[in-house]
Write a new protein. Structure first.
Length: 394
């Protein structure tokens, strides 16, 4: 299947437009990385605490931020999480709010900040662990147990927590709802209001990463990217000529810079999944570039009397249909992932959306012109372009 037949677009004739486009986005991203948002590392890399909170109503982000400020948690990142109908919010405490020795306090601090006027002497059932509920039931002993009180009240406490988390998504709206909890004795349900109240939120999950671990992950992510670029350079140097490898590495660096720059400009966190997406894009862009390079190498053998610029243009046009088909179908897939994949995959899918567009563009607009620029430079120096002569082609 081909979209284009006998197409003859002068891509190299538009190289200055391509260069201007790349410079604008590369410089904008680089300035943001250096002077504005810098590289917006996620909690995986910088350390800190992520707290996932579910509310019983539509959360007011401004009110949540004010509560955080009053509690001394300055400038936390607060954003809606998952589907809006679920009323979930992700609160990200930076490293400066949570020292390595007290990372576990992040959850407690947020609970204390969000609770407004809690009744004295009562615990919040929406955020109470099984142990707290069990200890309360043991003290009250509503079932008047003579033997096996500990395991039986543990089972009762687990029934309450499971009913809260699995049936009501982590947030109870009324203590009367406990009357319908499977496996919960009516006597135990009856004494719960004596020791518990209900807030309008529940902490669903907490993720904690220490600063030392975050630093190690940053180093490993950088090394993984560097090794992939070096591997690509060596592979293309053996398969083609070293200039092909250099062109491919410059192209992939260009793609990575623009993608990371876009994350910096939008202040979107770079997590482990985003690094995985960047490594995927390095392979994707490299594959697309190799297709063009392979056709250039074939045409050099067939069009020995033509200028390299004409050979490169012809090669790009010949592979254009394949490029549009492959990139188009891949882009539609990752676009669907970005639109419908949810907040968990937002960074991963965004990196793929940007990377596939830029990777496809750079294979045509960046990699190929580098080969021609190299030949022109060698001609000006009075030398034959190494690896591209007719004799070498034979």
């Amino acid at each position: 299947m081909e979209f284009f037949h006998n197409v003859n677009i002068d891509f190299l004739g538009k190289k200055w437009y391509f260069l201007a486009f790349s410079l604008v986005f590369s410089v904008a991203g680089l300035l943001s990385i250096l002077f504005w948002h810098h590289i917006p590392w996620g909690v995986d890399f910088r350390g800190g605490t992520l707290v996932y909170v579910k509310f019983s109503h539509t959360p007011d982000l401004a009110a949540i931020r004010s509560a955080m400020d009053r509690a001394g948690l300055k400038d936390p990142k607060i954003q809606p999480y998952d589907q809006p109908s679920l009323n979930e919010v992700l609160i990200d405490l930076g490293l400066r709010e949570t020292s390595e020795a007290a990372l576990d306090q992040g959850k407690t601090k947020i609970i204390q900040a969000l609770e407004t006027n809690p009744p004295a002497g009562k615990q919040d059932l929406n955020n109470a662990p099984v142990l707290s509920v069990k200890n309360f039931l043991m003290d009250k002993d509503p079932m008047r147990l003579i033997t096996d009180a500990d395991p039986k009240y543990t089972a009762q406490a687990q029934a309450i927590v499971d009913f809260r988390d699995k049936v009501h998504g982590g947030v109870l709206n009324s203590l009367d709802q406990l009357k319908g909890a499977p496996g919960l004795d009516p006597a135990a349900a009856g004494v719960v209001p004596d020791g518990f109240f209900l807030s309008d939120f529940g902490v669903r999950n907490v993720e904690i990463v220490g600063p030392q671990v975050g630093g190690q992950l940053r180093t490993q992510a950088g090394l993984a990217t560097l090794y992939s670029l070096l591997g690509m350079l060596v592979y293309l140097g053996f398969r083609f000529e070293w200039i092909y490898g250099v062109a491919a590495v410059v192209t992939v660096f260009h793609d990575t810079l623009i993608t990371v720059g876009a994350f910096s400009l939008t202040n979107t966190d770079i997590s482990l999944t985003v690094i995985a997406a960047l490594l995927t894009l390095i392979g994707y862009s490299n594959n697309d570039t190799i297709v063009v390079f392979d056709r250039i190498r074939e045409n050099i053998k067939l069009m020995r009397r033509e200028k390299l610029s004409e050979i490169v243009n012809r090669s790009i046009n010949q592979t254009l249909s394949r490029t549009i088909l492959t990139a188009g179908l891949t882009f539609l897939t990752v676009l669907a992932l970005f639109l419908f994949g949810g907040e968990v995959l937002r960074g991963f899918s965004l990196a793929l959306v940007i990377g596939i567009l830029i990777g496809t563009y750079s294979s045509i607009a960046i990699a190929a012109p580098i080969l021609v620029a190299y030949q022109d430079w060698r001609v000006e120096k009075g030398k034959r372009p190494a690896g591209m002569s007719a004799a070498k082609a034979r």
